[in-house]
Design a binder for this molecule. Structure first.
Ligand code: HSE
Length: 445
């Protein structure tokens, strides 16, 4: 093409060759949308996008699919990546070890990578970023956090001029579905997990979702981006929702709260002005008038507070083939444009290198549910225990109990995790405490 007719803005730039690794729910939607909207994507990218191959572990399983009809299926991902006509590798396999090998191989071969793999990015961001930097290529992962919701790009680019103070999000649809259903029906965790499984929200093995591991990977990615500091999933304190009872939900409701599994990333400052960061995932009481309390069913939402921007909320579909494909395709266009026009997307930014706070030092508010002996003086005894650990009480409610027992529900002012943990240990041994039923953290005013 001569310089006079070359017009990459009209999609007439060089072709971007693409390898798709994985052909499950996401990979198949990515291919379908790329084929159906090829002209649009050529214009948006500056040159045509051409899929060179789709790597799967077993070609037989995909007979009759679009990838098969187009003659794209291969079971040799390693060779596909290395082809000279592949510029960009899209990883939608899932898991960690095998995709890690493939993604590193792609980056080291000078191919940009788009991945939807939160576990991979959260566990191995350092070596992936280093490989991308050394080869001068892009590593995009918008789909790794909350699928279709643009939050990685906004944190990486749009908020690069601001100081993010906190990120708090519902980043797991399965657990949000379960907790929301418990809240609206009053049913138990087990029953609503069964319902989530029946409706296809929960996987056959729901461990990664219900134990909070999936959300912890996303929290690590969000904290890294927000605070310009490398945070891995191992740095994230993680508790799941399996112990949340119908009574916890009902007690929260009675006090004007709902319970959500939140990923919370905070910038902290100690009395001497030293900054640190904390990332945690745990069930949390959220006031019913808080925007995150109104995120229902399997929707996700991420609430960001930044110094200059103030409060921002990102809301939408955080899972599923099409929503995830939307984010992957956005990244493909971004990485493709850089191949056509030159240049790179912003890479990993870890210059701030803030220390990860000791979890015991993280300040939080707590809701403590106890069954106590219903005798005169019990409240005085218990409030003394809180006071002895320097914890100030905000509210104390008593539920109707049996003739001899009462259920006490205590909300604290902000206290350190370590002080609260010590308080709970003392409470468990107190003569008037029959049982500490639950301790759940809280957010909001
Ligand atoms: N299993 C996740 C969820 C989606 O339930 O939100 C993929 O991260």
């Amino acid at each position: 093409m001569t310089p006079t007719t070359f017009n990459p803005g009209k999609g007439a730039g060089s072709t971007v060759g693409i390898a798709i690794l994985g052909y499950g729910t996401v990979g198949s939607q990515v291919l379908r949308l790329m084929v159906e909207n090829a002209d649009e994507f050529a214009h948006r990218t500056g040159g045509p996008l051409e899929v060179r191959g789709v790597a799967v572990s077993n070609k037989e399983k995909h007979v009759g699919t679009l990838a098969d009809e187009l003659g794209l299926l291969t079971d040799d991902a390693r060779s596909l990546i290395k082809r000279d006509d592949v510029d960009l590798v899209v990883e939608v396999i899932g898991g960690i070890d095998y995709p890690r090998e493939l993604v590193l191989s792609a980056l080291r071969s000078g191919k940009s990578v788009v991945t939807a793999n939160k576990a991979l990015v959260a566990a191995h961001s350092a070596e992936l970023a280093e490989a991308a930097d050394q080869a001068g290529v892009d590593l995009y992962f918008e789909a790794a956090v909350a699928a279709a919701i643009p939050v990685v790009g906004p944190l990486r680019r749009s908020l690069a001029g601001d100081q993010v103070q906190s990120v708090a999000g519902i980043v797991n649809g399965t657990t949000n579905f379960i907790l929301d259903a418990m809240d609206s029906t009053g049913a138990s965790y087990d029953d609503m997990l069964a319902e989530a499984t029946r409706l296809g929200y929960a996987e056959a093995d729901p461990t990664a979702d219900v134990e909070g591991y999936d959300a912890a990977s996303k929290a690590a990615i969000l904290a890294s981006l927000a605070f310009h500091t490398r945070v891995t999933a191992d740095d994230v304190h993680c508790e799941g929702i399996t112990n949340i009872t119908a009574h916890d939900i009902q007690a929260a409701k009675a006090a004007g709260y709902t319970i959500k599994l939140l990923a919370i990333c905070d910038r902290l400052k100690d009395e001497a002005g030293h900054e640190s960061i904390a990332a945690r995932v745990h069930p949390t009481l959220v006031p019913r008038n808080h925007p995150l309390a109104n995120v229902h069913k399997s929707f996700n939402a991420i609430f960001v507070e930044a110094e200059a921007a103030g409060r921002l909320m990102f809301y939408g579909n955080g899972a599923g083939g099409n929503p995830t494909a939307s984010a992957v395709l956005g990244d493909i266009v971004g990485a493709g444009r850089n191949k056509v026009f030159g240049g790179r997307a912003p890479g990993e930014s870890t210059y701030a290198n803030l220390p990860i706070a000791n979890f015991g030092d993280v300040p939080t508010r707590f809701h403590i549910d106890m069954t106590v002996v219903d005798i005169i003086g019990v409240l005085a005894e218990l409030t003394k225990i809180f006071a002895a650990h320097g914890i100030s009480l905000r509210t104390v409610r008593q539920e109707e109990g049996t003739e001899k027992n009462a259920r006490l529900l205590v909300m604290t002012h902000e206290a350190k995790e370590s002080d609260l943990a010590a308080t709970v240990e003392t409470l468990k041994d107190a003569p008037s405490v029959i049982k500490v039923n639950s301790v759940i953290r809280m957010v909001g005013e």
